[in-house]
Write a protein that binds this ligand. Structure first.
Ligand SMILES: [Zn+2]
Length: 411
C-alpha cells in the first residue's frame, strides 16, 4: 500500500474508540485494555506480512525481512498512563505501521525493517518507566527491587508480568533483539511548548537531558515568632528561598537549554508561630551537555554555601538520582533535519526533557534519533493532549522520508 498519512490519523481515532473512556486513554501496561490494543495492532500489521513476535520482556516486534539481516528499527509504545492522551506513544507505533505498509509494498528492503511496540514505557502501574526498552538495551539492573514492587491493589509485579507471559528473571533475554539493530528511529509528540512557540510542526531531537537530582537540607534554629528579633534568627527557609531564586541566574549563566527546578520545600516545625528550623529542598537540574550539567551543579553548591554563611545555617547535600545526557547520532540528526525540511519547509533542533525508549536504545550504542511533532499547549499525560491533524500527517511523512534515507545510509 502506498503511504497514506491520513490513515494513521483515522487509526489513532479507532484506537481511542477501542481503549479510551470519557477520562482519556486507559492502555496501562499489563492490563486487559493494553492487551486489547496489542491484539488490534497485530491485526493492523498482519496484511503487510511482517512476522509477529513477543520477546522475553513483553515487547511486541513486527519484522519485514530485508536483503540484510541488519535491521532498521522503528519504535514506540502503545501503553498509556491512566486517563492519558490519544497520541503519546501510539502515534509512533501507528506511523511506524504506515511506513511498514509502504516498505512492504515496494519489495525487499536493503535492511530488515522492524517495528517495536515497547512494553510499559510509562511505568504507570508499578512506577518503573522504560521496562521493555531497558531490558532490551541491557541497562535493567534492578530486578531485585522490581520483584518487590506492588501496584495500588497490592498485586506483586512478577505476578502481573506472569499473567502476560513475562518472567522477570528472563526479561533481560530481550537483549538479543537489538543485536542486529543498525539504527533506531522514534517519532513522538513533543509534550512541551517549544515547537508551538516557534510555529513549527516538527523538530529533530538532539538527545535526552542528563539529570542531577538532590535533596538539600538547611538547618537553622526554631525560635518563637514573637520574641525573636529579626537579626537574631537562623531561618532555614531563608537559605532555601535564596537558592530557589538564584536558580534563575544559574540557568541563565550556563544557558543552551539549561533548566533548574526546586520542586518542593518541606519546613519543620512548619507552624505559624516558629522560625523554620529545617528546610528540606528538592533540586532538579538538566542539561544536554555533560560539562554544562556539572557546571549547573557546581554553581548551585557554591550559591548554597554562600547563603548558608549569610544566614548562619548548616547545609547538607544528598544526591537522589542522576543520569548522564544521552546524545543521539549526528548522522541521523542530519538525515532527520533534511527529512523535516523536505516535508515542512523548516526544521528546528531541540533536546528532550523527558526520557524516552530511544534513550535506552542509544545507551546500547545503536545510532538513534527522534522526531518531535508539535504538541498543542505543550500538554500530555491528560485527555486534552492534542496535535493538529495536518501536523500528525506531516509527521508520518517525515518519518517515512527518514526511513528511506536511513535505509540508504545504513545499508
Ligand atoms: Zn511516550
Amino acid at each position: 500500500m502506498p503511504l497514506d498519512p491520513a490513515r494513521t490519523v483515522a487509526e489513532l481515532k479507532e484506537l481511542r474508540e477501542l481503549t479510551a473512556d470519557e477520562n482519556g486513554a486507559q492502555r496501562v501496561a499489563w492490563t486487559e485494555t493494553w492487551e486489547r490494543a496489542r491484539a488490534w495492532l497485530r491485526e493492523k500489521v498482519a496484511p503487510t506480512g511482517a512476522e509477529h513476535e513477543i520477546d522475553a520482556a513483553g515487547n511486541q516486534w513486527f519484522t519485514l525481512p530485508g536483503s540484510s539481516e541488519r535491521a532498521l528499527v522503528i519504535g514506540g509504545h502503545i501503553d498509556s498512563v491512566p486517563n492519558g492522551g490519544w497520541l503519546d506513544g501510539c502515534l509512533d507505533v501507528m506511523a511506524g505501521v504506515e511506513v511498514l505498509r509502504r516498505v512492504a509494498e515496494e519489495g525487499t528492503p536493503p535492511l530488515t525493517v522492524r517495528l517495536v511496540d515497547w512494553a510499559d514505557e510509562e511505568g504507570a502501574r508499578f512506577g518503573r518507566s522504560l521496562f521493555g526498552s531497558s531490558a532490551a538495551s541491557g541497562s535493567m539492573d534492578d530486578q531485585d527491587e522490581l520483584r518487590r514492587r506492588r501496584d495500588a491493589d497490592g498485586i506483586a509485579w512478577p505476578d502481573a508480568l506472569a499473567e502476560h507471559g513475562v518472567d522477570l528473571d528472563r526479561a533481560l533475554e530481550a537483549r538479543s533483539q537489538l543485536d542486529s539493530a543498525a539504527a533506531y528511529l522514534e517519532l513522538h509528540i513533543e509534550q512541551g511548548p517549544v515547537l508551538e512557540s516557534l510555529d513549527l510542526p516538527l523538530g529533530v531531537v538532539l538527545g535526552t537531558f542528563g539529570v542531577e537530582r538532590h535533596l538539600i537540607a538547611w538547618h537553622g534554629q526554631a525560635a518563637h515568632a514573637g520574641s525573636t528579633p529579626m537579626d537574631k534568627r537562623r531561618d532555614a527557609l531563608a537559605g532555601a528561598a535564596k537558592l530557589e531564586l538564584e536558580l534563575r541566574s544559574i540557568a541563565a549563566e550556563v544557558r543552551d537549554g539549561a533548566v533548574c527546578t526546586s520542586g518542593g520545600v518541606v519546613c519543620k516545625p512548619g507552624i505559624v508561630t516558629s522560625v523554620v528550623e529545617t528546610a528540606e529542598q528538592l533540586l532538579d537540574q538538566r542539561h544536554l551537555d555533560p560539562a554544562k550539567l556539572a557546571r549547573l551543579l557546581e554553581l548551585a553548591r557554591e550559591a548554597s554555601e554562600r547563603f548558608a554563611r549569610e544566614e548562619d545555617l548548616e547545609l547538607e547535600w544528598q544526591r537522589i538520582w542522576r543520569i548522564d545526557p544521552i546524545p543521539f547520532d549526528d548522522r541521523l540528526i542530519e538525515l532527520a533535519d533534511q527529512s523535516i525540511r523536505e516535508v515542512a519547509g523548516s526544521s528546528h533542533r531541540l533536546p528532550s526533557g523527558p526520557l524516552h525508549d530511544a534513550a535506552e536504545v542509544a545507551r546500547r550504542g545503536i545510532p538513534t534519533v527522534m522526531l518531535f511533532v508539535q504538541s498543542l499547549r505543550g500538554l500530555s499525560h491528560t485527555k486534552v493532549e492534542d496535535t493538529k491533524e495536518e501536523h500528525l500527517e506531516l509527521s508520518v511523512l517525515a518519518l517515512d522520508r527518514l526511513t528511506t534515507k536511513a535505509l540508504e545510509a545504513f545499508a
